[in-house]
Write a new protein. Structure first.
Ligand SMILES: [Zn+2]
Ligand SMILES: [Zn+2]
Length: 328
């Protein structure tokens, strides 16, 4: 289908952020460039990054949202029209040394879908470079495919840290991200534990790792080879420093809303490696979803239609909420 929309004259529903989030019923449908596709969004996920943008931690004006699955409706490569796709969110300049070496995620000129310089997916349509798109295999439902971006971020840990079967690895945090990390890291067959605070949520990981309710007095000091911190709380980072062994690794998977006051001497004395980890490639995440029945839908709290966006954001930002989705 060609929308034939040369002057942006066709309109769509969109959630536009400019200091506050607004529902626009008459936002112009974007026009794809030669290298882009126009995608009709089917489902979109609300993520903590959206919350951070709405709280002003990351400056952004435009359509919010970066987790999605949709159908290509317009594209210069006609064989892609009608295909169900997900998309990598970072758009590099394509010419700097980082982009040439396939590190677009770190290109200083990059745009990021719904985060920086590029309208996002909380809208009926979005444009994305063709090279950012991945076709979703038929075995993966929309409700699973919408997890491609956060699951890819979880798999990024395995690109940044070598984890072997013998390693004792712990995930601190039983929320959305912790759950996806448990699924990704369990593919290494390492000795994996999740430490969390919520009985109900930690149960969701039982199939993939050992689980423990947080107990600061448990004899875990200097126990783990790798500690993955995904709560974004300073106290959890302190706990991570305690339970990691000397010469071990702490992976920082969350952004922190404020400055932290931890004393780095701890890391110096134990000669800890601190590793930051952010976005990851989608292909391993899609392969994993295709090959394993991991039932990501258990991680969905609720799906709202776009017109109910206020209720959706309220539900998504409730303490302890799992994934909330928007349907278009
Ligand atoms: Zn996200
Ligand atoms: Zn670049």
């Amino acid at each position: 289908m060609k929308l034939n929309n040369p002057n942006n004259s066709l309109k769509m529903k969109a959630l536009y952020f400019d200091k506050k989030l607004e529902f626009r019923k008459e936002y112009p449908i974007p026009v794809p460039t030669e290298n882009e596709a126009l995608i009709r969004v089917t489902l979109a996920g609300i993520c903590n990054t959206d919350k951070e943008i709405m709280n002003g931690y990351v400056p952004f004006t435009g359509i919010l949202g970066h987790e999605f699955v949709g159908i290509v409706t317009e594209c210069s490569q006609s064989e892609l029209i009608g295909k169900r796709v997900v998309g990598e969110i970072n758009i590099g300049c394509g010419v700097c040394s980082l982009c040439i070496n396939e590190m677009q995620n770190h290109c200083p000129q990059r745009q990021a879908l719904g985060i920086h310089g590029k309208d996002g997916v909380f809208a009926e349509y979005v444009t994305l470079p063709i090279e950012n798109m991945l076709i979703v295999p038929d075995e993966i439902s929309d409700e699973e495919a919408v997890f491609a971006e956060p699951l890819a971020a979880a798999f990024n840990i395995l690109q940044n840290v070598e984890i072997s079967k013998q390693d004792k690895v712990v995930i601190i945090g039983d929320g959305k991200l912790g759950q996806l990390i448990a699924r990704a890291v369990s593919t290494t067959s390492c000795d994996l534990t999740m430490i969390g605070k919520h009985e109900k949520k930690i149960e969701l990981a039982q199939h993939f790792c050992k689980t423990m309710i947080l107990n600061e007095s448990a004899k875990l000091e200097n126990y783990f080879d790798v500690v993955i911190e995904c709560t974004g709380n300073e106290s959890a980072l302190h706990y991570a420093s305690l339970i990691v062994r000397a010469k071990g690794t702490i992976v920082l998977k969350s952004t922190y809303a404020g400055n932290i006051k931890s004393n780095p001497s701890f890391w110096v004395r134990k000669e800890i490696r601190l590793i930051g980890s952010r976005c990851g490639p989608f292909a391993p995440a899609l392969q994993f979803m295709q090959g394993n029945k991991i039932d990501l839908t258990k991680l969905i709290d609720k799906i709202f239609f776009i017109d109910e966006w206020k209720n959706a954001f309220e539900a998504a930002f409730l303490k302890g909420a799992l994934k909330v989705l928007l349907r278009f």
